[in-house]
Every structure is written in structure tokens, then in C-alpha cells.
Design a protein around this ligand. Sequence first.
Ligand code: FE2
Length: 263
Amino acid sequence: MIKTMPTIIPNNEWVKIKKERYHPDSDVWNLEIGAELKKDFSNYDETRFGPDPIDDVIDRLGIFDADFTEDINNAEKYRGGMETVIKPDDIRPVHKMHRREMFDISPLGTVCEAISNFISLDYDKIKYIPTKLIHLQERNQMLAMHRDLCPGSGVFWESMRDGLRELAWEPERMGRFVIFLKDWVPGQVWVLGNRNFTHWRAGECFKFDWMHIPHATVNLSHQTRYSVFLTGIMTEQSYDFYNRGNKDSRYVLNEDQTSFIRD
Ligand SMILES: [Fe+2]
């Protein structure tokens, strides 16, 4: 959970309720897709008009100070090589609501792999979710407000139901980090709860609360937005990075360029 997130009830009470309701043997795991169920996982109090302070809707963990040119070129080269969520010529029936919800996914380059090594999530047990990717969002592309617990559409739901049922007890152990590879430009918006977030920097890293914070994104600029998503089980090293990180933290490549060190 975000360090200073406004909650509906105290988090320890929320965890107790979730542990009972989302017991691995509970029927709740067999329910059909439902927005209410997704909302049920969230302890973010979204009743306020806002805007919330940025640190209440996302954790800022500092900047990876590196040259991402090669990683960006690599992402362009393998654009869509991993997966393209919805293509303009998709033959599947696509609801008109989703027509602009398109983005390409590419693999990490060497600098991004070094970030992944430094944050050190455990990717081995994660099923169904691409654990390491670069998300390319073009002008006009968007993702409407949602939470990442999406029963029926893959991702976290299936991973917890089929692969990691123990995470039903403590889903917060599944961590998701986001790193932008280019400075923000006007027209790019990331919506987090009741806050519209802009002005991120190249290399800036965030722990993104997939479970609690409803979110959306749109690119109304003329430049591609490159963002790295790392999703895995939090390890001791991941918690250390998270707990020590703040907006002023700086990280530089280590000598053999396979990981980062604190500056
Ligand atoms: Fe999401």
C-alpha cells in the first residue's frame, strides 16, 4: 500500500477482512467478472473531490540516472513483438469503448534489465502477467479508469486464483514498479485516484498500487510515452529499495552495468 494513502478503514482492519473474505477456499474466487469485486480489494478512500497530494496516490522512489537511448531503440525494434493488446485491425470484436485502448509491449533493454536486477522482484511464480515489459503509448491512445484486479480478463485475478493462491491472503506482496524512460511532455496524463499526474522525469521510478488506486492514462502529445512495468513478488531487496526510496533518491549503474547502486 502507498505509504501515505488515505484509507477507508485502518489498513490492519482491512487486511483482516480481506483474509477472511478471500480465503483460498472461498467461493469468491469463482465469481464472474464484477466491478464491485475489483473495488472490494481497494482500501483507497476515493470519496473526496481532491486532488489528493501526489504522495497519497503513488510512491515516488527517485531517479535511475542513465541513458535509455538503446533501450528505447530496442523497444521500437521489437514493438509488438511480445504482445499488442488491441490492434487497429484487430479481428476480434472490440467494443467501441475500447477502440482507443491500444498499446504495444516490448521487452526490456540492457539498462532496464539492470533496473530490474536492482529492484530484484521474484518473477518465477507469476503466471499470466507479463512480468517485465516496456509499454509504448502513442498519441491518441488511452486506457480508461480501472483497477488491475480484472477477473475474466486475465492478469492479477488468474495469477492469484491459479498460480499464487496464498497471495489471496496478502495480495500486497505482488509489487508493481513503473519507470518512465523519457521526460514527460505536455499532453501526457496519468490519472491516479482523484489526481491527474504529469511532469515525471526520465528514469523516475514509482511503486504503483495496482490493487488500491483506480487509474487511467492518455497520451494527447505527439511523442511516444515509454514506460517500464515490473511486476513480481516483493523480496527483501525489493522492500529495502521501496522503504528507503523517496523522490530525491538517485541511482547510477554499477561498474559492469548489470545493476544499479545508490548515488
Ligand atoms: Fe492498470
